[in-house]
Design a protein. Structure first.
Length: 212
């Protein structure tokens, strides 16, 4: 393992440790699914820990059963067709700008149609959570949802208000951060790629009640 990778792993461990400490000190757990306005939600709640993403099942194991059960656990999801377009362009545009994300951008085809044709391949890439289903983010190994509340990006302010109410915090307006730049997702799809994504993310469509 080279020095650069050693340092990156070290700082990632430090940031994740900070976030675990924060979880131990507060009465809630935010499961930050990629490309669902999580950075804005973290900023509004005053959270540190950077943009490190772990599914609910992993966070449960990190925190332990007692802390998990005593905490209000929530996540936000997004229309899977919309989210996939945003995630694709985010990756293609170099992600967060780090060396690792810039290198990663070269893995993805320049054509969104070609990307969709290979979506199963990208969903199974090691060390890549961006393209797994959102249902997997909030479920345990038996596909049971283990968070208390799942808000929607499409209703983000009103759903975030409900989170604030549950946490007995003042309602605050969410900032708009980490936006990827692309045209409306509906203009990106062909009939074929729309069906491919429907098949690849059927769980999200069924569980969270989404349509194209």
């Amino acid at each position: 393992m080279n020095l650069e990778l050693n340092l990156r792993c070290f700082w990632k461990f430090i940031k994740q440790s900070e976030e675990r400490v924060e979880n131990d000190l507060r009465n809630f757990v935010f499961v930050h699914i990629q490309k669902t306005a999580g950075k804005s939600i973290k900023a509004a709640l005053g959270l540190k820990g950077g943009a490190y993403h772990r599914p609910a099942s992993v966070m449960h194991d990190e925190l332990g059963e007692a802390t998990w059960q005593s905490s209000f656990k929530f996540a936000f999801v997004r229309n899977p067709w919309d989210r996939l377009v945003s995630a694709y362009f985010y990756r293609r545009q170099g992600g967060n700008g780090s060396l690792n994300d810039r290198k990663r951008s070269k893995l993805y085809p320049s054509s969104f149609d070609q990307f969709c044709e290979r979506i199963d391949e990208f969903k199974s890439l090691p060390d890549e959570l961006m393209f797994i289903t959102q249902a997997d983010w909030v479920s345990d190994g038996n596909s049971k949802i283990i968070v208390d509340f799942v808000g929607k990006v499409e209703n983000i302010q009103s759903d975030f208000d409900l989170v604030c109410d549950e946490l007995k915090r003042p309602r605050i307006a969410l900032p708009y951060l980490n936006r990827s730049h692309h045209r409306s997702y509906r203009d990106v799809y062909s009939d074929r790629t729309k069906k491919i994504v429907c098949s690849a993310y059927q769980d999200d469509i069924d569980i969270f009640k989404y349509t194209f």
